[in-house]
Design a protein around this ligand. Structure first.
Ligand code: F6R
Length: 604
């Protein structure tokens, strides 16, 4: 995944481009570049971090008032300066930046080689630049429109031409692209966050559309090339919301934003009299007559799906399944018009998740999306959407989106149970209303303990997360958090499974987190933990029942407040998020941008 950015106006483009690329950094990248037009196209690019690009351009007085930029997560070839974007056409008159993956790039390249073009990189953007040059007659827009017709895959591209130095052409299919509307200047970017310092009025380009963007005008064209009305929208997110707000890292800030995220997610959906107000978002017809529910997602969102499945299974007699989206889309999909597919995605742009949803839609399934991004592809393509109001999540490791997803799923489960069985679990609803304050309490009580305890993890190579029942699902999310940020191998296991193999890995000093929040399973998990302790494992217990004696089962116990057992995952995950954060910090690693990972996986 990459980030693209564009500016056209009266001011020098350089500051906007660099600042915008900085805002897109979270998407992950290993090279960066910009191109401005000032009598000619001037390209500056490098492998490595944005700081390297800054060093190249900081002393250059770039006056061009139109430009495009790119942070690249290389999909073709190595992360070298040659492969970095912008890429130029062979005559140097056209510059292209792209996000996504062009599946037929190799085939198109062979055709261009046959036609006499030569290449200086392995970048798909160079293929696109040559194709545009090849299709160019006198109109850049037409050349881009002809080019995108032959591109297969997902892409968002920005094109700048020395022959048309007043305009940027934007086109997209599947990868996100937003146009920002300014006064005597206009912008484009892969993500609205790059634009919020400049404008809140945006147009989110749709698949197949092309736009011609000049400093005072935007012309929009549909797939067939016909001009369309530009219906802009207003983005409420404030720039401060996407900044660190005094925290050292976005991850810590976002962990602390969870009470707010959950509060805003349940607000207006659950009134003070305990009434659920969901019928507008999830029309009763969507669930009427369903005989199966399937959940799909990736990563953390998939762990939230497991929670949704667990909850719904408590209330319903119909089958409820949860599957990784990347598996679902290639398995034998058993969905039809009586299947409700619940799709979870923070970004709403995850390629596997969208792909899986489309497979189920082809089978006739009804789709309910749970996403954090209203303008996302997922939100647009689903039959119904329930937004998580976690606010923008910048750190690669998902935290506040997860707890907001759990809150949404709790509401959804109660609502579906009401629709299908006429039963509302009032105790669960009442408990849910208390969760934001209880997360706050967990943060307050646990943070100093976890911060201290995390020092034990600084030299660890493995950590095991044990739980039973719903605690096992939380354990899965705990191990992912630790693994992805601290690079410590993490593994989640149902407590009872330990003796069937993994116990062989338990030795003195091995780190273990034991989740013990479920009263009915407490004796069982405690005896599993005692077995670990007897073999020298060091155990951090996350528990709820303060009257129980945990001293023989762990080295440190952290208590979460007493809640309905089905709500415990929203609290027990918090110490594990903090453990991942403080361990990563203690190891001096890049907390917000772990190696090899990107925030939004828009390619398969
Ligand atoms: C882990 C994490 C990833 C995402 C996954 C799905 O912390 O962030 O596992 O959960 O890539 O992303 P979305 O939710 O945007 O579909």
């Amino acid at each position: 995944m990459s980030g693209v950015i564009g500016y056209v106006g009266n001011k020098a483009a350089k500051p906007f481009l660099l600042q915008g690329l900085n805002k897109l950094e979270y998407r992950g990248y290993d090279s960066a570049g910009i191109c401005e037009f000032d009598d000619q196209l001037n390209v500056y690019k490098t492998k490595g971090r944005l700081s390297e690009l800054n060093k190249i351009v900081e002393d250059k007085d770039l006056k061009g008032t139109i430009g495009i930029g790119h942070t690249a997560w290389v999909t073709h070839g190595a992360p070298t300066t040659e492969n970095a974007e912008p890429q130029l056409s062979s005559d140097g008159s056209i510059a292209v930046v792209s996000d996504g993956i062009i599946e037929n790039a190799q085939q198109l390249k062979s055709q261009l080689l046959e036609a006499g073009y030569s290449f200086t990189s392995e970048s798909a953007a160079e293929v696109i630049a040559h194709l545009i040059e090849n299709n160019y007659q006198a109109d850049l827009l037409q050349a881009v429109q002809a080019t995108v017709k032959v591109l297969q895959g997902s892409y968002a591209i920005l094109v700048l031409s020395a022959k048309h130095p007043q305009e940027i052409i934007a086109a997209k299919s599947e990868s996100p692209l937003v146009i920002g509307i300014g006064s005597n200047e206009n912008y484009c970017a892969s993500d609205v966050q790059a634009l919020l310092d400049y404008t809140r009025e945006v147009y989110i380009l749709q698949d197949g559309e092309c736009a011609r963007i000049t400093k005072d005008h935007i012309e929009l064209f549909d797939q067939a090339g016909f001009i369309k009305d530009l219906q802009t929208e207003y983005i409420e997110w404030d720039q401060v919301q996407v900044e660190k707000d005094g925290y050292e890292h976005f991850m810590l800030k976002e962990i602390h934003e969870q009470p707010k995220g959950v509060r805003e997610t349940i607000a207006n959906r659950l009134d003070s009299s305990g009434q659920l107000n969901l019928a507008e978002e999830i029309p009763p017809e969507l669930v009427k007559g369903i005989n199966k529910i399937q959940f799909i997602a990736c990563g953390t969102a998939y762990h939230a799906c497991l929670y949704g499945k667990y909850l719904l299974e408590q209330f319903l007699d119909i089958p409820v399944e949860a599957e990784y989206a990347s598996e679902y889309r290639y398995n034998r999909v058993k969905a039809d018009q009586n299947t409700l597919l619940i799709v979870l995605s923070q970004s709403g742009e995850t390629a596997d998740t969208l792909g899986a949803m489309r497979v189920a839609q082809d089978k006739g399934a009804r789709v309910l999306a749970v996403t954090n991004v209203i303008s996302s592809t997922l939100a647009r393509e689903a039959d119904a959407v329930m937004l998580t109001h976690a606010g923008p999540e910048i750190a690669v490791a998902s935290t506040k989106a997860y707890t907001a997803q759990l809150a949404c799923l709790c509401l959804i489960a109660i609502y579906i149970s009401q629709q299908l069985n006429g039963v509302v679990d009032q105790e669960l609803l009442t408990g849910l209303r208390m969760i934001p304050e209880q997360i706050q309490k967990v943060l307050h009580d646990c943070e100093p303990i976890v911060q201290e305890y995390a020092n034990r993890y600084a030299t660890a190579t493995d950590a095991f997360f044990l739980g039973r029942g719903i605690d096992y699902l939380s354990a899965m999310e705990g191990q992912l958090k630790l693994k992805e940020t601290s690079y410590i191998h993490g593994e989640a296991l149902p407590g009872g499974e330990l003796k069937h193999g993994t116990m062989a890995l338990i030795a003195p000093g091995v780190q273990v987190v034991g989740l013990a929040t479920q009263k009915v399973l407490l004796d069982k998990i405690i005896s599993n933990l005692q077995e670990v302790k007897a073999r020298g494992g060091e155990i951090l217990i996350i528990a709820m029942d303060q009257d129980f004696d945990y001293s023989n089962a762990g080295n440190q116990t952290i208590f979460i407040p007493e809640v309905h057992p089905l709500l415990a995952p929203m609290l027990s995950v918090v110490p594990m998020q903090l453990l991942a954060y403080y361990t990563t910090k203690a190891k001096g690693l890049d907390v917000d941008k772990p190696r090899n990972l990107v925030k939004s996986v828009t390619v398969e």
